[in-house]
Design a protein around this ligand. Structure first.
Ligand SMILES: [Zn+2]
Ligand SMILES: [Zn+2]
Length: 319
């Protein structure tokens, strides 16, 4: 059984009442209050971490050289959580009004990561169109999960490679490239402003944790998550998937409190997202239950369901 639903048309999936998914999906309106609450949770945790670090700086005896990487880890994990909602904005699912979706998404979800929502949408759509082929644009999963790859993600080598990959410049038009550069600069200015403010007010510990948080741990979590979603356990370590097709594989992960934050905004059910990319993550559970009622799709789900740690172990030990 292939880890992939994409060859199954919406009208070929039918639940116990005889309703086809093609009809059912029309009733699945996004729950915008949940979207708002989930994004707010991300910002609440980010602020809570910064305040805790500021208090630890003043009152704790734990050495700074331990608090900086630990703080960076939490900041990066939370940043990666927030970034997943930029993906939801790219599918027009954070506000029913398209214009508001754009400016809310730009201000709260893309600016902190120096992203242009329009350009990201275009690049991300190529990932949907070309998953598993050399034309894919989100390709962390082309990498063998090795100590070297982890080192590359932690040192920023992988991030730079992703930012300056030639695939992107061929996908985006001139206007989108211009907007991407502008947003990258705006993002850099935002972080420079926040860091200046923190240093000027004497909060050097949260500031020094913020830098590896966004520059090291955030890209680390984002790349590893993408690799775990799509890399074939049987993929050859040495094959260059920019030249040879990797094949279409998507996974569905058990949704727990921890996996639900690592794979927030529907990412634990990434396989379903690739099947119906426009569906809101707030309705993923309903879709999963629907798919359980059809024997074909239920079998695929059963076969593809796993946990992040299981895949991590399998891919790390693979050759
Ligand atoms: Zn994907
Ligand atoms: Zn998507």
């Amino acid at each position: 059984m292939k880890n992939n639903l994409e060859d199954i048309p919406f009208d070929a999936v039918v639940n116990k009442q005889g309703t086809s998914y093609a009809v059912f999906r029309g009733q699945l309106t996004p729950r915008y209050a949940t979207v708002f609450a989930d994004i707010a949770k991300g910002y609440f945790f980010l602020i809570a971490i910064v305040v805790s670090l500021s208090l630890l700086q003043k009152h704790s005896t734990v050495p700074w050289w331990l608090l900086i990487p630990a703080g960076g880890l939490f900041i990066g994990y939370t940043a990666a959580y927030i970034a997943l909602f930029a993906h939801e904005a790219s599918h027009y699912n954070i506000h029913p009004d398209k214009k508001k979706n754009e400016w809310l998404g730009t201000l709260f979800l893309c600016l902190p990561f120096g992203l242009s929502l329009k350009s990201y949408r275009k690049i991300h759509w190529q990932h949907h169109l070309h998953l598993g082929t050399p034309a894919d644009t989100e390709i962390s999963y082309f990498n063998h999960l090795s100590g070297l790859f982890i080192l590359e993600t932690i040192t920023g080598v992988h991030l730079l490679r992703t930012m300056f990959s030639k695939e992107k410049s061929t996908v985006l038009n001139k206007e989108q490239i211009r907007e991407s550069r502008l947003m990258l600069m705006a993002g850099a200015l935002l972080h420079a402003g926040l860091l200046t403010l923190a240093f000027l007010t004497g909060n050097w510990l949260p500031a020094l944790a913020w830098i590896p948080g966004f520059a090291i741990f955030f890209p680390f979590f984002a790349s590893i998550r993408q690799l775990l979603e799509h890399r074939d356990e049987l993929a050859d370590a040495l094959t260059d998937f920019r030249k040879k097709p990797h094949g279409k594989i998507s996974r569905i992960f058990y949704h727990t409190l921890l996996s639900g934050s690592f794979g927030a905004a529907g990412f634990t059910r990434h396989m379903i997202h690739h099947w119906d990319p426009q569906a809101s993550y707030t309705r993923m559970k309903d879709i999963e239950q629907f798919l359980e009622e059809d024997d074909k799709t239920a079998a695929i789900l059963r076969d593809s369901r796993t946990s992040y740690t299981t895949v991590l172990k399998k891919l790390y030990n693979a050759h």
